[in-house]
Design a protein around this ligand. Structure first.
Ligand code: ADP
Length: 466
C-alpha cells in the first residue's frame, strides 16, 4: 500500500506530536502528583500542629480548666477538614471528644474520606490512624491531644478538584497540540506536494512527447527546486535532440533528392532514347552515384563518431608525420590548383586514435584545398601549450562570413549554399571533426574572414582521456 506524501507527512507529524504530548502528560502527571503528595503531607503535618497549638492555648493555668467551648469550635472545624480530635487533661480524663460530640458526623467524614481515597488511590492502602501530641503551654505539658486522620495522607474534596482541573488542562493542551500539528502538517505537506504534483504532471506531458512543456513554478524547498530545474533541463535536451533528429531526416532526404533526381532523369532520357548514351552522359550519372555513395559514407562515419560509445584506439602518434603523409594524399589537387602547402613547427608525440586523427586532418586539409582558389597557400603549424598540442590549418581562401561561423560545425551546414555544388561538399566534414576532437577531450576553434582565409585550430591533450 502506497501513501501520498501529504498523508505520510501529516500522519508522521501528528504521531510525533501525539507521542510527545502523551509523554509530557505522563511525566507531568507523575511529577506534579508526587510534588502534590509531598505538599499535602507537609500541609497535614502543619494542620495537626496548628490544631494541637490552638487547643493547648485553651487551658487556663490559673483556674486549671479547659475552655471546652473553644475546643469544641476548633474540634468541629478540624472534623470538617478530616481530623478527628480527642483532648485529654493531665489526668488523662477526656476533656472533649469529637466522636462523643457528634458520632454520626464523625462516621460520615471518615466514610467519605475512606471512600474517596479508596476509589482514587486504591493502591495506597490507607486507613484512619491516630497520633498523640502533648499539649504544651509555656513549656509545660497541660494535656494530650489525640488526632486521627486518614494516613499516610488524604486529599480533600478541593484537592481532588484541583488535580482534576490540572488533568483537564493537560488533556486540553494535548488535544490542541494534536489538532494544530495535524493542521500544520497538512499545510506543510500541501506546500511540499503541490510543486511535486505539478512536476509529475509536466513530466508525464514531456514523456508523452510534448517536449515544449516546462515547469514554471518555484517552490521554497531547495531539493524540489533542483528537481524542477533538472526536469526543465531534461526537457530542453529532449527538445533539442528531437529537433536535431527531425532536421537530420529532412537534411538527409534533401541531400539525397538532388543527385537521385538528376541520375533518374538522365537514365530515363537514356532509356527512352531521348539521349544518346555517350560516355559523358554516363559519367554524369556515375558522378551523381558517387555523390550519393560519398554522402552515405560520410553519414556512416558521422554516426560512428557521434555514437556515445565511440571507442578510441589510442596509440602514440606523431602529428608531424601524420600531417606530412596526409598532405601527400592531396598532391594532385595541390598541383592542379597550384596551391602551396607548408608544414611548420613541431610538437611531442601524443596519445590518440591514429585513424580518427587522420580523418580530422583529411577533412580540414580537404576543406582548405577546396575553399582556396588557385595559387593560394595552406599552412599547417604544430605547437605545444602546457599539456596540449595545437595543430592549426590556415589558408588564404574564400573564408567564412562572420554570421555563418557559429554554424559551420553543425551537420549539413554549408556556409555558402550556392558554392557546394562546385566543391561537392555535404556539410558533414566539420561535424565529424568536432565529434572526434571532443571524444579525445580536445577543442576546435576557427578564425575566418570572408575573402581573406580561414584558420582552424585543433587543441588535443597529450594523453587522451579515453
Ligand atoms: P563541406 O563538405 O561542405 O566542406 P564541412 O562540414 O567540411 O562541409 O564544412 C562546412 C562548411 O564550412 C563548408 O560548406 C564551407 O562553407 C565552410 N568551410 C569549411 N572549411 C572552410 C575553409 N577552409 N574555408 C572556407 N570555408 C570553409
Amino acid at each position: 500500500m502506497k501513501y501520498s506524501l501529504k498523508t505520510k507527512l501529516s500522519l508522521s507529524i501528528a504521531l510525533v506530536v501525539l507521542l510527545t504530548v502523551a509523554l509530557i502528560s505522563l511525566l507531568a502527571n507523575f511529577f506534579i502528583g508526587n510534588q502534590f503528595k509531598g505538599y499535602i503531607n507537609i500541609q497535614q503535618e502543619k494542620a495537626t500542629q496548628e490544631i494541637v497549638k490552638s487547643i493547648s492555648l485553651q487551658y487556663d493555668r490559673d483556674t486549671k480548666t479547659w475552655d471546652v467551648d473553644f475546643i469544641h469550635t476548633i474540634g468541629m472545624y478540624a472534623l470538617y477538614d478530616g481530623y478527628i480530635v480527642k483532648v485529654y487533661n493531665r489526668e488523662n480524663q477526656v476533656v472533649w471528644d469529637a466522636e462523643a460530640c457528634d458520632m454520626r458526623l464523625c462516621t460520615e467524614v471518615m466514610d467519605d474520606i475512606t471512600h474517596r481515597m479508596m476509589t482514587e488511590y486504591p493502591t495506597l492502602n490507607g486507613e484512619f490512624t491516630s497520633k498523640e501530641f502533648p499539649a504544651i503551654q509555656n513549656g509545660e505539658a497541660v494535656g494530650t491531644v489525640n488526632i486521627s486522620y486518614y494516613g499516610p495522607y488524604f486529599l480533600s474534596e478541593d484537592d481532588f478538584q484541583f488535580l482534576e482541573s490540572l488533568n483537564k488542562i493537560l488533556v486540553g493542551i494535548g488535544i490542541f497540540s494534536l489538532l494544530s500539528s495535524i493542521f500544520v502538517g497538512f499545510l506543510l505537506a500541501k506546500r511540499l506536494s503541490n510543486p511535486i504534483h505539478k512536476t509529475v504532471a509536466v513530466t508525464k506531458q514531456i514523456s508523452g512527447g510534448d517536449y515544449g512543456a516546462r515547469i514554471n513554478d518555484e517552490s521554497n524547498t531547495k531539493e524540489v527546486d533542483e528537481l524542477i530545474e533538472s526536469i526543465n533541463q531534461l526537457a530542453d535536451n529532449l527538445e533539442k535532440q528531437e529537433k536535431l533528429r527531425k532536421q537530420l531526416t529532412a537534411d538527409v532526404a534533401h541531400e539525397l533528392r538532388t543527385p537521385i533526381t538528376t541520375a533518374q532523369t538522365h537514365l530515363e532520357a537514356l532509356i527512352e532514347g531521348v539521349w544518346e548514351p555517350t560516355i559523358e552522359r554516363l559519367k554524369s550519372c556515375y558522378d551523381e552515384m558517387t555523390r550519393i555513395s560519398k554522402l552515405v559514407i560520410d553519414l556512416e562515419n558521422l554516426a560512428k563518431v557521434e555514437s556515445n560509445n565511440l571507442k578510441l584506439d589510442v596509440t602514440q602518434i606523431n602529428l608531424l608525420e601524420l600531417s606530412d603523409k596526409m598532405s601527400g594524399n592531396f598532391e594532385t589537387e595541390l598541383r592542379n590548383k597550384s596551391l602551396k602547402l607548408t608544414i611548420a613547427g613541431g610538437c611531442p608525440e601524443i596519445f590518440a586514435d591514429k585513424d580518427r586523427i587522420n580523418q580530422v586532418l583529411m577533412n580540414l586539409i580537404s576543406n582548405a584545398v577546396k575553399y582556396t582558389p588557385e595559387g593560394g597557400e595552406i599552412r599547417i603549424t604544430l605547437s605545444e601549450i602546457d599539456d596540449s598540442v595545437v595543430i592549426s590549418i590556415e589558408d588564404n581562401g574564400v573564408g567564412i562570413p562572420e554570421n555563418e561561423l557559429p554554424f559551420i560545425f553543425e551537420r549539413f551546414y554549408r556556409a555558402d549554399k550556392s558554392r557546394h555544388r562546385l566543391t561537392g561538399g555535404s556539410g558533414i566534414g566539420l561535424a565529424i571533426v568536432k565529434s572526434i576532437v571532443t571524444a579525445h577531450g580536445g577543442t576546435v576553434d576557427v578564425e575566418s574572414r570572408a575573402d581573406k582565409g580561414s584558420c582552424f585550430m585543433i587543441t588535443l591533450p597529450k594523453a587522451s582521456e579515453k
